[in-house]
Design a protein around this ligand. Structure first.
Ligand code: FAD
Length: 876
């Protein structure tokens, strides 16, 4: 590496923080995979400013670089380009804030996962993702790899828990993406960056969502004499509608290795064990544990043993967490494969692993996240034997092929890095890969940031062609009946320089800015079929034009549902719901469409059919296009197919409502969100008297009464207990008129409250998103300052979202709301407004720094401005 460049690095970070001696370069030449490449130097920045200066210097010198946490990556992602620069972020290791009332924590990238968990525990909180490497893997690495862990079967993977990132882009620009307030306007850049394996930007600060620790947990060890019985049992548990907090599997070779290294009491004569943990409210946990025991017994389990004490439980987990390390005692080298299959295919997948390893003469063991279908076959080999190295890679590739042929993916959580680049072709077409590579080029045109990762060397496909005989002249709407026909229509529109606006039912047609030029609606109603429903694996694939009600009806016959109740509109199309990331307050328990979308197909603005994601619940192969497309408001492409995770219908749903003062409501909400109760939602509205109290002058928020609505959904016993416990807590806080009643999960109980904000009552509908702890006070000031009738205001206290309807509304009202939202750390947008107002104002408010990145994406992915031009924030 050039001496002048090294001197420049030293000027930026100080002499002691640049290393280029042979020993240092050797130490940073590998990670936990088999990949090896020696860097030219290693630099240790202290903060994001130094990181940005290093990136600019590397760009000027044309030196490729890789960001690095603690190097535990299992796919070669943290290995530098040969002779390149390692930017090791290990000095950026502070926990910056923990805010239980907001359910957030802010950290620098090299805080380890376990350090954060330990810091949160005294507050009664935890960070859900828990990779087995949590002692030594950093949160920056977890974000870059979208890491999973045993708990992810219930709580989701890293991407489901990241709220905001501070990043350094390859041009040295520093920027914040995401927000403590949910769904900042436009593309989910935070979601796109999570899982991008350090190839799009360097993460220098992370804001995560934290959750209250569960009240109690039970840990079971189910012992099996056959691996396939254990695998079948996994599906049986999930099919029953039980969502354990962990469902892990280990086979005999791994148990033997663990017992040799740290005796944990695993049965050495068994073929496999499942570690099954359930957590949550105390009530109902015993019933659940009993039911799991029964399911195990009907699936040929030899016996089930329950951890009798915390020490017992820790012992069982210590073995699981230490399993990879323990393998080192029985084999000098091993390759960790990481594939996901639909859970029901686990027995078959494990049989394939045995067959493939046997055929190559390799010993192997299995330890993995069975509840997610996420396999980790460990293939043992001798690193001194080149033949074995070749064989082990060959066997790894064959296992990936087998898993893909079962509907699975090549990596569930370890990433593609260097080692699985070629396997990307098993999943993705040339068009798919080209679309993803174009994202890389937008972020990193010089290809200096972690180059050579993720993508195989394939040429970009030719342009999409001329199109055939589809005529669109003079049509008022385009209604394709197949993805191919849609593609032809897109090509025809491109030729004629027309603009297209994707539309579902049209109920939220007015969402976003007015299109910038005349356009034709491209409607999804011709693509409205259920293409595939896989009830045991809880996955459904549908056309975008399918109505939510119809989907719910079909799913209900299998006792399942899509756990979404989009605000005001329970019968929109699934494509429209995903395109707007539309959901209601139940998101607190179930997540938003972004969390439920597993994969999709769409026609891009260049007329290619592109696929992203897949059909399994855990998948980190390539950039997460599901995150990019969900919430993109039809500005990137026309969605032709969606695969979504569905859930068992809750056994019971109860709404608890009560009336209290503002102060009591604030205190109750704080208690609820810090408690180990699992409400499905919590909303509040100011109570109106006959005159509509909030509308009267002289009304003050402080003296007003508020109606609090809390929903509990799930197992009947748990719901009943939680409702009972919460009723007495509210009464003890002075709440009156407490009532509880059951409701149907599909429509939910809040429709009448939302209906007051329909178009006829209020042509202007404002949405304000805020940090959780600011929501109620913001709603109170809004009601007071705007003399808003209570029934036109709904504060979603569980998600930090306020909706307020106005009959009339002027620029000064808009300015006031924008200012108030900004001061409180959130933002406001107009979800509905008459066209003249939309023409005069950006409905997303004033520009934010990250909009420029969003506009770069839009411009590069849709250079002709084909899809919904002008709709984005900033009217692009
Ligand atoms: C024994 C063992 C068990 C494991 N168990 C699990 C498991 O259960 N679940 C799981 O998901 N993974 C697991 N892993 C894999 C690994 O621990 C994770 O991928 C982890 O998130 C990597 O963190 P790290 O700090 O070591 O990152 P590194 O290995 O240093 O980096 C990983 C990738 O992230 C990029 N990167 C790192 N920091 C940043 C940053 N700040 N900004 C941008 N890019 C960055 C790097 O360039 C690289 O591409 C395991 C690994 C081992 C060795």
């Amino acid at each position: 590496m050039e001496a002048a460049f090294l001197r420049e690095l030293e000027r930026i970070v100080g002499k002691g923080h640049v290393r280029s001696g042979p020993a240092d370069r050797e130490v940073y030449s590998y990670d936990a995979s088999l990949a090896r490449q020696t860097p030219g130097a290693v630099v240790f920045p202290a903060d994001s400013i130094q990181t940005a200066r290093i990136v600019r210097a590397a760009s000027r010198a044309g030196v490729p670089y890789v960001p690095r946490g603690f190097g535990t990556n299992l796919s070669g992602g943290s290995v530098a380009p040969p002779g390149g620069l390692v930017i090791c972020l290990s000095r950026m290791n502070r926990i910056l804030s923990i805010e239980p009332a907001r359910r957030t924590a802010r950290v620098e990238p090299c805080v380890t996962n376990l350090e954060l968990q330990n810091a949160l525990a005294p507050f009664g909180f935890f960070f859900a993702p828990d990779p087995a490497s949590q002692k030594v893997s950093t949160l920056g690495g977890n974000v870059a790899e979208n890491s999973g862990g045993p708990r992810c079967v219930k709580y989701g993977v890293t991407k489901n828990h990241i709220l905001a990132l501070e990043i350094v882009l390859p041009d040295g620009e520093r920027m914040r993406v995401g927000s403590e307030a949910l769904d900042p306007p436009g593309y989910d850049l935070c979601g796109l960056l999570t899982g991008s394996e350090g190839t799009l930007a360097i993460v220098t600060e992370i804001t995560v969502r934290i959750l209250p620790l569960p009240e109690s947990a039970a840990t079971l060890l189910a012992v099996f004499d056959s691996v396939s019985d254990a695998a079948r049992c996994v599906s049986a548990i999930i099919a029953e509608g039980i969502v354990p907090s962990s469902l892990e599997m280990m086979d005999a070779p791994v148990m033997r290795a663990v017992e040799q290294s740290m005796p944990c009491g695993y049965p050495l004569d068994a073929a496999a064990v499942l570690i099954i943990e359930i957590d949550g409210a105390q009530e109902g946990l015993r019933t659940l544990a009993r039911r799991i025991r029964e399911i195990c017994e009907t699936n040929c389990c030899r016996h089930v043993q329950e951890a009798a004490s915390e020490a017992d439980r820790s012992r069982l987990w210590a073995g699981r967490r230490g399993a990879f390390g323990a393998i080192a005692r029985i084999s000098p080298g091993y390759l960790v494969t990481d594939c996901t299959v639909p859970r029901t295919r686990l027995p078959e997948a494990l049989a394939c692993v045995a067959e493939i390893s046997g055929r190559h003469g390799l010993s192997f063991g299995n330890v993995f996240h069975a509840g997610d279908g996420n396999l980790h076959p460990l293939l043992f080999f001798d690193p001194a034997d080149p033949d074995q190295i070749r064989m082990v890679h060959q066997a790894g590739m064959e296992i990936m092929k087998a898993c893909v042929s079962m509907g699975g993916t090549i990596t569930g959580e370890h990433g593609v890095g260097l080692e699985k680049k070629e396997a990307m072709r098993l999943l993705f077409s040339e068009e798919d890969l080209a679309f993803q590579r174009s994202i890389k080029r937008i972020f990193d045109p010089e290809n200096l940031l972690n180059p050579g990762k993720i993508f195989p060397e394939t040429p970009d496909p030719p342009p999409a062609g001329e199109g055939t005989d589809v005529q669109i002249d003079g049509l008022e709407e385009l209604v394709p009946s197949s993805a191919e026909e849609c593609r032809q229509m897109v090509l025809a529109a491109l030729r004629k320089s027309l603009a297209l606006v994707p539309e579902g039912s049209g109920s939220w047609r007015s969402f976003g800015n007015l299109p910038a030029r005349p356009w034709i609606p491209l409607r999804s109603r011709g693509l409205c079929e259920i293409l595939e429903h896989d009830p045991p694996n809880q996955v459904v694939t549908v056309g975008p034009g399918l109505r939510l009600k119809r989907l719910q009806a079909v799913l209900a016959s299998h006792n399942q549902w899509l756990p979404l109740r989009p605000f005001l509109d329970r019968d929109g199309t699934v494509g429209g719901i995903v395109a707007l990331n539309a959901c209601g307050p139940e998101r607190l328990l179930y997540g938003s469409p972004r969390d439920l979308l597993l994969g999709l197909g769409f026609v891009s603005a260049s007329g290619h059919l592109v696929r992203g994601g897949g059909k399994v619940v855990k998948n980190v192969a390539g950039y997460d296009l599901t995150r990019l497309m969900a919430g993109s408001m039809g500005t990137i492409g026309f969605i032709t197919e969606l695969t979504l995770r569905v859930a068992p219908i809750p056994q019971a749903c109860t709404l608890l409502s009560a009336s209290g003062s503002l102060e009591a409501t604030r205190a109750a909400c704080k208690e609820l969100l810090a408690s180990c109760l699992h409400p499905a939602f919590a909303i509040a509205t100011p109570e109106d008297d006959e005159a509509g109290s909030a509308a009267r002058r002289g009304w003050t928020a402080a003296t007003s009464r508020w109606r609090l609505y809390v929903g509990f959904e799930g197992f009947a016993e748990t719901v009943q207990a939680q409702t009972g416990s919460w009723t007495s807590r509210l009464e003890s806080r002075g709440f009156t008129n407490c009532s509880a009643f059951g409701y149907k999960p599909g429509p939910g109980p809040l429709k009448p409250i939302e209906a007051r904000l329909d178009h006829d009552s209020c042509p202007f509908l404002v949405r304000i998103d805020l940090p959780l702890d600011k929501t109620l006070d913001c709603a109170a000031s809004l009601a007071e300052r705007c003399h808003l009738p209570g029934h036109l205001l709904v504060a979603d206290l569980g998600c930090g979202r306020i909706r307020a309807g106005f009959e009339s509304f002027g620029p000064s009202d808009w300015e006031f709301l924008l200012g108030m939202a900004r001061r409180l750390g959130g933002y406001a947008l107009l979800e509905r407004a008459p066209d003249p107002f939309r023409r005069a104002h950006d409905v997303f408010g004033p520009p934010s720094l990250d909009w420029s990145l969003m506009h770069r994406l839009k411009h590069a992915l849709d250079p002709a401005g084909l899809f919904a031009p002008g709709r984005l924030p900033g009217r692009k």
